[in-house]
Design a protein. Sequence first.
Lengths: 325, 394
Amino acid sequence: MRYREALNSALREEMERDENVLLMGEDIGVFNGAFKVTAGLLEEFGEQRVRDTPISENTIVGMGVGAAMTGLRPVVELMTINFSLLAMDQIVNHAASIRYMFGGQVKVPLVVRMPQGAGHQLGPTHSHSWEALFLHVPGLLVAVPTTAADAKGLLKSAIRDDNPVIFIEHEYLYGQKGEVPEDDDFTVPFGRAAIRREGSDVTIVGISRMALTAARAAKTLSEKHAIEAEVIDPRTLRPLDLDTILESVRKTNRCVIVEEGWPHGGVGANLAALITEQAFDDLDAPIQRVTGADVPMPYSKPLEQLAFPHEPQVIDAVLATFKDR
Amino acid sequence: MAEPVADLTENAGLPEPDVAREWLATMTLIRRFEERAGEMYAKAKVGGFLHLAIGEEATIVGSTRALRDQDYLISTYRSHGHTLARGSDPDRVMAELFGRVDGLCRGRGGSMHMFDLEKRFMGGYGIVGGNLPIAAGFALASDYKALDEATLCQFGDGASNQGTFGETMNLAALWKLPVVFMITNNRFGMGTSLERHSAVTDLLRKGEGFGVPGMRCDGMDVQDTYTVTTEALRIAREERRPVLVEALTYRFRGHSMADPEEYRTKEQVDEWRKRDPLAVFGSALVDAGVLTAEQREAVDTEAIEKVDAAVAFADASPHPSPNELYDDIYVLGDQVRGWYSVDERTSTPHRGEDERGMTENLPGHVEYERAIGSNETPPAETAKPTDDAQRDED
């Protein structure tokens, strides 16, 4: 099953399971979704539950907030993560804050889905990777599924959860195939990292698509450099399964963090601080980060390829952690 | 383009005596509450920003009295009056201003963020225009569940310039949602006058291009406001379409307590004060024989007593315990595991419930005590059972 189909089946199953689940977003119905994630759902569930919206991101999310406060479980699709900036007021000032600022009187069981990622020459307003922006915000949960199974299992968990969830998909991953359990009640809990490959020499943490890049680099490192890397995909950034990462680092004594987003204030910056605070004595080398370039995403294909991490950069970073050995 | 709805102003008279007395009592309570809140702000019992609705009482009471119990009301950062009119306990509203644990929001919202779910007062919101999409969301939920509920969304003239205004008008009309949008037009967006902030000053027309018809009421006249809002809610509820109501009113005090009011003349304020909704309505009731002068006085005395009691209650209420700092950021459940957040003051990651026990030996604790300062009220005693405090029961 492809990643997009896995998401589609998660939406279908949760809509069947709970009539309070409804979908809202731009072109999710008649058009079947910009990336076809919602294909067929309008036909199956009708206009009441699958709602094409005008291009009004802040208001769509805000209506999701209001509907979630009053008993529904809305799933809002934003066409790309860049458009989420138009909805940042509703996401940060409202969705994330309402339960806290109103003394716990209401909950906001809202899911906001959006794809991110470079590689399709969509230039500086359609290609970024901003999980760090949402990770920053207390009150939000943040999911970054890499595999088809996780896409399905995490989305089902997100819809069932009572907190606002930022669900970050990846444009490149939509077409990727993977095994997905058949069971209708299959879910993946938030806050459990997946160890994609076991290894004893270095820990590579890969976020979103970069978990795949990390796994490829690990294979090469084993074959060409006799380095056995452990690859960890956190799957969710809030809550974060720091235990699994620390346990791995305590075993390997080296750590490389790979993300597609910008370096300053990024997921890697945050994670490196956490690891340093809690496992400093276990580290044999400084933590290395591999990130997207510190630029808006360029359109030119060669420049774009240069602006997000690939296998060679990950290998270089791993080797750097061994250079003083 | 949406057709304007008929002007109902001509038909306004006095309501039934019992109703009229209750309206006057509520308007008076709001007035006295706001005045006392201002005094408490001057005495530093209330922090942050404080926005008073003195002058706007008729708009508040006339519009909220048009609501049914099951309807939703949502407002702005100037919302003490709205939550009081909806029936919230004045003690708890004042305690929220004082930042105390018995406040409506346990001292986490303050003046700008009142909320009372039980009364379906769905919040004061500090972001201008931020509440409009949320109001449409309530109406969407009512409509989706086929419930006979309507939503009344209050906002100011300044908010009519926000992007959410046009976006929400369009969506509410497109989806035929049972929501009434009420512009409390007090003629200023903070210190910028209506003529200087809006190209269209007939604000009731601003929804027309989005398919939302407009009505206007005299927001200094409680009966007129009631009549127009009632009709607007009827249209929203029965005809399934949103309505925009412009209430013409005026705030007698500054935008907030920190406002030298250099943007308007004393003469203008004095002119509007002649139309003080309490004075006008109270006199009308006496003239019509609904109240004697003594009874009118008694209404005021009762309001003052309630407000005195609210101040005493708020002052006696404890500050929130340090253990509450992390409460209610998340609904913690079995579905979601792991570490939600990392508190910089401790070396360990945690779920919110693990933060209990913060009363001891934390670096922030000295500042916490200092903030309580000379106030003799002790912090709330801690140790709520973790599960009850954190798990969501609703």
